[in-house]
Design a protein around this ligand. Structure first.
Ligand SMILES: NS(=O)(=O)c1ccc(O)c(NC(=O)NCCc2ccccn2)c1
Ligand SMILES: [Zn+2]
Length: 258
């Protein structure tokens, strides 16, 4: 069970969130040659130019960069989406060593980390919270992180991490455009899924890019310096392995852009 002292592991989430055993849970293992190439799937279009990042914070589960989502300046559209979805935040999942850390896997293989850009359907719903409980409410763009050379723009994020070491810490983070975190190709897989953390709502249209971006072990190591615990707690728990393992596909189809 989940006691405040102990971290509640993914395998215990079903006690409080029975949807954990639902029919469209995320993440999943993506098997490329079992994905169906859908010619009707257009390319995805990201309009992040007039991006408005606000702050960066440690919510005790990940590090999150939040955006002003009061208008349609930063949206994702096209692909499987029927209308534009507004960028609200992005965050990361990672492991304790290089060989695991991503949430989605590809033919059983993990990446070192996974970036999630979270968008909501502001055409059909009035607030993020309302959208977060609707079957077509959210669109999350997943980007794999591989280890290798330094990522030339990630340092703007890793340089700020010392400011949000403790759970509950937050600091200004203006004028960051996540476009600099995209890989060269926007080819993707897409399927219907859920939030990968409690409350695990089955409200996400997942768009997972096929190509990873490359970051260095040194840059990734800075994420592992973050803490799950607050400044006032005596126990210091390093923030790592904040990823949920793949969940049953339960008959779902994964589609592939060309
Ligand atoms: N990981 S994900 O599916 O992209 C995603 C996107 C938007 C979200 O609000 C969430 N979940 C979320 O914010 N949950 C509340 C905070 C929390 C509670 C427990 C574990 C991790 N995070 C997950
Ligand atoms: Zn996530």
């Amino acid at each position: 069970l989940c006691f405040p002292r102990l971290k509640c592991s993914p395998s215990a989430w079903h006690n409080k969130y029975p949807v954990a055993h639902g029919s469209r849970q995320s993440p999943i293992d993506i098997v490329p040659h079992q994905a169906s190439r859908d010619p009707n799937l257009s390319q995805i279009v990201l309009n992040y130019d007039r991006c408005t990042s606000i702050n960066i914070s440690n919510n005790g589960h990940s590090v999150v960069v939040e955006f002003d989502d009061t208008d349609d300046r930063s949206v994702i559209q096209g692909g499987p989406l029927d209308n534009p979805y507004r960028l609200k935040q992005f965050h990361f999942h990672w492991g304790e060593k290089g060989c695991e850390g991503s949430e989605h896997t590809v033919s059983g293989n993990s990446y070192a980390s996974e970036l999630h850009l979270v968008h909501w359907n502001a055409v059909k719903y009035k607030t993020f919270d309302e959208a977060a409980t609707a079957p077509d409410g959210l669109a999350v763009l997943g980007i794999f992180l591989d280890t290798g050379d330094d990522h030339r723009w990630l340092h703007t994020i890793t340089d700020a991490l010392y400011m949000v070491k403790f759970k509950g810490s937050i600091t200004d983070f203006k004028d960051f455009n996540p476009k600099c975190l995209l890989p060269s190709s926007l080819h993707y897989w897409t399927y219907l899924g859920s939030l990968t953390t409690p409350p695990l709502h089955e409200s996400v249209i997942w768009i997972v890019l096929k190509d990873p971006i490359t970051v260095s072990e040194k840059q990734l190591g800075k994420f592992r310096m973050l803490l799950f615990t607050g400044e006032e707690e005596d126990q210091r728990l390093r923030m790592e392995n904040n990823f949920r393992p793949p969940q049953p596909l339960k008959g779902r189809k994964v589609r592939s852009s060309n």
